[in-house]
Ligand binder design. Structure first.
Ligand SMILES: [Fe+2]
Ligand SMILES: [Fe+2]
Length: 278
C-alpha cells in the first residue's frame, strides 16, 4: 500500500500516490483537482495546436512522421548510449523504477471503455506485459532483475523520494487517459505512440547496458522485440474502435503528442540530472 501524500510533496508526486490509493470519493476529488491544474491545460494546448488529422490513414502517416523526427536526433539519447558512466545509467534506471515496476497495471481501466474487438487487441498487449502469466517474463520482473544487478531496492516505496516531477507526470498521464479522459481515443493514441516509439527508444538503454557490461538489460532488449508486435496491435485496436464507434483521429493524435511530450521530457530530465549527479 502506498503512503498517503504529504502536503510537502510536489503536486505530481501527490497525484501519483492518490492514483495508487483506494479510490474513495475524497481521493478522486483530490485527483480531479490536481488534474484540472495540469492535464486539462496540456490537452487544451495540444488540441489547439493539432493539425487537421483527416482519417485513420492520415493519423498513421503523421505518427510515422513524428517517430522519424524523434529518431533523427536526440543528443541526450546518444549521450546515454555512448558516453554515460555506470553510475549515470544507474541513476536513469532508478528514475524510471516506478514505471518499470508498475508497468501496464494502470492500462486495465481502459478495457471496459473499448468495443470488444479493440479490447481483444489491447488485452493481447497486456498479456505480454505480464509475461503471459509467467512471472519470470513479466516486464516488472525484468525490471527487478535489472535493479538487483545495479544494487537498487526492489520495492516501490524506496523510489518515491528519488523520482522527479517530470517522471511523475509521465506515470500519472495513463491514470487519466484510462479512467477520466472523456474520450478513450486519447488513450489509444497515447499507447499506440508509446508502443511504436519504444523499439527505437530502448536501443539507447540497451546499447548502454551492453557497453557497460550490465547483463540484466533484458528489460530493454525484450521491448525492442515485443513492442514491434504491440505497435501493430494498437493500430488494430484503433481500427476496431473506428469500425464499432467511428473515430475522431484528431483525438488519437492528441493522445500521441501528449505521451510523446511527457516521456520525452521525463527522459531528457533524467539524463540531465544523472550528468549533474555524477
Ligand atoms: Fe512492457
Ligand atoms: Fe509493450
Amino acid at each position: 500500500m502506498m503512503p498517503a501524500p504529504r502536503p510537502t510533496d510536489s503536486a505530481p508526486k501527490r497525484l501519483f500516490l492518490l492514483n495508487r490509493c483506494r479510490p474513495t470519493s475524497a481521493a478522486v476529488a483530490a485527483i480531479e483537482e490536481l488534474e484540472a491544474d495540469w492535464i486539462h491545460l496540456l490537452v487544451a494546448r495540444i488540441t489547439a495546436d493539432a493539425p487537421h488529422v483527416a482519417s485513420r490513414a492520415d493519423w498513421r502517416r503523421r505518427l510515422d512522421g513524428l517517430l522519424a523526427e524523434e529518431r533523427a536526433g536526440s543528443l541526450v539519447g546518444t549521450y546515454l548510449a555512448e558516453k554515460a558512466t555506470h553510475a549515470q545509467l544507474t541513476y536513469v534506471v532508478r528514475e524510471f523504477a516506478l514505471d518499470g515496476l508498475t508497468e501496464a497495471q494502470n492500462f486495465f481501466p481502459a478495457i471496459p471503455r473499448l468495443p470488444i474487438k479493440a479490447q481483444m487487441a489491447v488485452m493481447r498487449v497486456l498479456i505480454d506485459e505480464f509475461g503471459c502469466g509467467n512471472l519470470k517474463q513479466a516486464h516488472s520482473q525484468l525490471y527487478l532483475d535489472l535493479l538487483a544487478e545495479l544494487g537498487l531496492p526492489q520495492d516501490l516505496e524506496s523510489f518515491l523520494d528519488t523520482t522527479g516531477d517530470e517522471t511523475y507526470h509521465f506515470l500519472n498521464v495513463f491514470y487519466w487517459l484510462t479512467q477520466r479522459a472523456e474520450h478513450v481515443e486519447y488513450f489509444l493514441g497515447g499507447l499506440a505512440y508509446l508502443e511504436a516509439s519504444i523499439p527505437h527508444a530502448f536501443t539507447v538503454q540497451a546499447r548502454a547496458c551492453a557497453r557497460l557490461g550490465v547483463t540484466n538489460g533484458r528489460y530493454y532488449t525484450e521491448h525492442l522485440h515485443i513492442d514491434t508486435f504491440h505497435m501493430e496491435e494498437m493500430q488494430l485496436a484503433i481500427k476496431e474502435y473506428e469500425a464499432a464507434r467511428g473515430l475522431d483521429p484528431v483525438k488519437v493524435w492528441v493522445g500521441a503528442v501528449l505521451v510523446s511530450e511527457l516521456i520525452g521530457g521525463a527522459f531528457d530530465a533524467a539524463v540531465e540530472r544523472a550528468k549533474e549527479a555524477a
